[in-house]
Design a protein around this ligand. Structure first.
Ligand SMILES: [Zn+2]
Length: 450
């Protein structure tokens, strides 16, 4: 008999709940996309259970990862912008490529990114889109069943590539139109995140009026970048005679609905401002290292109670989208500076799950395994040669953060629907995606003439 209920019976459950409990004696019941109950493993009547049983005694159940800063529009540009600093990276490669996107190239770029994210265990993202054809990203998110915030990138000033911008009015109007169309789509899984790119590509008017639109779309976010690179903050100082975070604050756009990627070159008083306003920092360690930007003082943010979560940023500045790599680096890069006890595996695992949900204000529905939350779940096989063989609480976090990778991800479920089974996508044919991506990339490179 099958009434739509699924009972997942794993080896163990890492809950990421308030008390960080790990269960060895429980199974998870999923009904209508929601975790309906924990069931005592010893009391399951297997032959007579009134639903579908997924009995996986070798696998470990964790909450799906939440990445709070990615750029699906850039997946197609992976490997095409290596070994450059931020402003050159934008001017010479990323802006020209983004400007050359067609609907088709953007669509396959998003699909390729989602495929990699889901097969490596990410179930929720905060995505920054591009200026044109943004509906292609939303359509890909909806078809893939992803939980996501996204929004077209807003640029009304651009000294790096003057043709790649819109007027302030156009940018605001087209963003509002997309928000009206997609905010709350797919049963509420899709939400809008207004995305003024960064201070150097946005007028003060654009930033303020964008922030004002948040009140018309409950649950929406304000998503931007800050203080990533030394030349960037120097240019902000030259233009506005203020530090980057200080300038955002002077416009009144910092709040607990504001998610800023990076936050590397910030003063103590800026950090205090981020704390006071409830602003969220999305930490992207791979991108920060690859662009040579610097190392954000994450232990200090955490000590002071600033919200920190993790993201892979764009494929051309990483060049991966796997949360496993971000977790590992988020831990490792701090140790030479703050000592080997800083950023322990347990802390980092929670930044990748429940803290991401809190940053996006969706911790009431995802980010941990608790009855009443949506079933955004990942099953890992930790019985591989890349794993510690000691199966105790402490080692589970160590295994996942320091040793595991995409190869350990077996099944992924978003709101009760499988999107990955046996390590393969249920949504996409990987080979077809790669072939179509290659064709679109070839055409895009001809249009971009970089
Ligand atoms: Zn970014």
């Amino acid at each position: 008999m099958n009434n739509g209920k699924i009972l997942i019976v794993p080896k163990q459950i890492i809950s990421a709940n308030e008390n960080r409990e790990i269960y060895y004696d429980k199974a998870v019941e999923v009904k209508d996309g929601v975790i309906s109950a924990f069931v005592d493993k010893n009391k399951i009547d297997f032959p007579n259970y009134d639903g579908k049983i997924y009995n996986v005694p070798d696998l470990t159940l964790i909450p799906g990862f939440i990445q709070t800063h990615v750029h699906l529009c850039q997946t197609l540009f992976r490997g095409l912008a290596d070994d450059l600093e931020l402003l050159d990276w934008l001017q010479k490669r990323i802006f020209p490529y983004e400007m050359a996107h067609s609907y088709e190239s953007l669509k396959v770029s998003a699909q390729l990114g989602i495929h990699e994210l889901q097969t490596s265990g990410t179930t929720t993202i905060l995505d920054m889109g591009t200026i044109n054809h943004q509906e292609a990203v939303f359509e890909s998110l909806i078809e893939s069943k992803m939980r996501a915030f996204s929004g077209k990138c807003m640029v009304d000033e651009n000294e790096l590539l003057p043709e790649f911008k819109e007027s302030t009015g156009e940018s605001l109007a087209s963003s509002r139109k997309l928000a009206e169309q997609f905010h709350g789509a797919a049963n509420g899984k899709i939400k809008y995140a207004f995305a003024p790119r960064f201070v150097l590509s946005c007028s003060g008017k654009l930033l303020q009026e964008t922030f004002n639109m948040l009140k018309d779309f409950p649950g929406a976010l304000f998503h931007s970048h800050t203080s990533e690179n030394k030349d960037e903050v120097e240019e902000v100082r030259r233009r506005y005679n203020m530090e980057n975070v200080e300038y955002f604050d002077s416009l009144g756009v910092l709040s607990d609905r504001t998610v800023l990627a990076h936050g590397i070159h910030v003063s103590d008083s800026e950090r205090e401002t981020l704390k006071k306003t409830g602003t969220r920092i999305a930490h992207c360690p791979s991108a920060n290292l690859k662009l040579g930007s610097g190392i954000a003082n994450i232990p200090k943010y955490l000590e002071e109670g600033v919200s920190v979560s993790l993201g892979a940023d764009g494929p051309p500045c990483n060049n991966n989208l796997s949360m496993f790599k971000e977790m590992r680096l988020a831990a490792l890069i701090q140790k030479p500076i703050h000592g080997s006890t800083s950023m322990d595996a347990e802390t980092v695992f929670h930044l990748a799950t429940i803290e991401g949900a809190k940053a996006l204000h969706i911790d009431d529905i995802t980010g941990s395994i608790e009855p009443g939350k949506k079933a955004d779940l990942v099953l890992l096989d930790l019985n591989k040669t890349n794993q510690s063989l000691l199966n105790e609480d402490k080692n589970l976090y160590s295994n996942i953060v320091y040793s595991a990778g995409r190869e350990n991800v077996i099944d992924v479920m978003i709101e009760g629907e499988w999107v990955v089974r046996n390590s393969g996508s249920v949504i996409y044919d990987e080979r077809e995606l790669v072939e179509r991506g290659r064709k679109e990339l070839k055409k895009l490179m001809e249009r971009a003439k970089v």
